[in-house]
Design a protein around this ligand. Sequence first.
Ligand SMILES: N[C@@H](CCC(=O)N[C@@H](CS)C(=O)NCC(=O)O)C(=O)O
Length: 246
Amino acid sequence: MVELHQFRPFWGLPNASPFCMKVETYLRFRHISYVVVPSGPRKSPTGRIPFVVEEGRSITDSEAIIAHFEQREATCLDDGLSDADRATAFFVREMVEERLYWQITYMRWGDPSGWAVFRPDLVKYLPLAMRGPVLFLLRRALLRQMRQQGLSPADPQGAYARGRAVLDALAGLLDDKPFFLGDAPRSLDMSVYAFLANILDQPFGNPLQEHGKSLSNLIAYCARMKALCWQGWTEGHQAMSGKRSS
Ligand SMILES: N[C@@H](CCC(=O)N[C@@H](CS)C(=O)NCC(=O)O)C(=O)O
């Protein structure tokens, strides 16, 4: 059985880490059996989650994890893509995973209105040892990193403008296609969906979420991916029995 080491569900989201949700979306899409092991970055060999453990071997990094399982499939998700499509997928994934990662971090930890609603629930979710000075220091480090990205707590509108530009570009690229590179989901969709869901499905709104909800093709796309990969999921869920063990 594949062990998926990641955060527990939070705020009704399968995972508040888009990287964890990306891998779990993939495993579910592929019907690969897995069990969730609640974890955190400090337990990971690289200091980052998610990671999977299979037969005693750890695999880290969401892209490497997907590549690891894809090599066993008779047909890979990205088979048949042109060189241009592969290049598009590369650039889109890089932009989403870099820029939207910081937007998601900002809307919870950086935007003062977001922090006001995130903090109380985060405190309940965290182990006791993480709740006091550790949380203060963690937020201080994140705020410093966000400022380096041009995301200041003093200027939510300016910060969210950077995220709105990515959402607009994604809506333009998707256009009226069912998935980002055509009629079928590709590995890119596992990533883009997880990041969009973290913005659109979190319970407390903000200007970025409002903007996302105005982009009807992105909303329909998320509904399509959710129906494909997350139907029947509930917050108490810890594992999935797929069609086969990988
Ligand atoms: N490139 C990694 C990024 C994973 C990542 O950044 N995970 C975050 C959680 S969303 C993390 O573990 N952060 C802990 C830290 O940076 O200290 C992947 O694709 O898996």
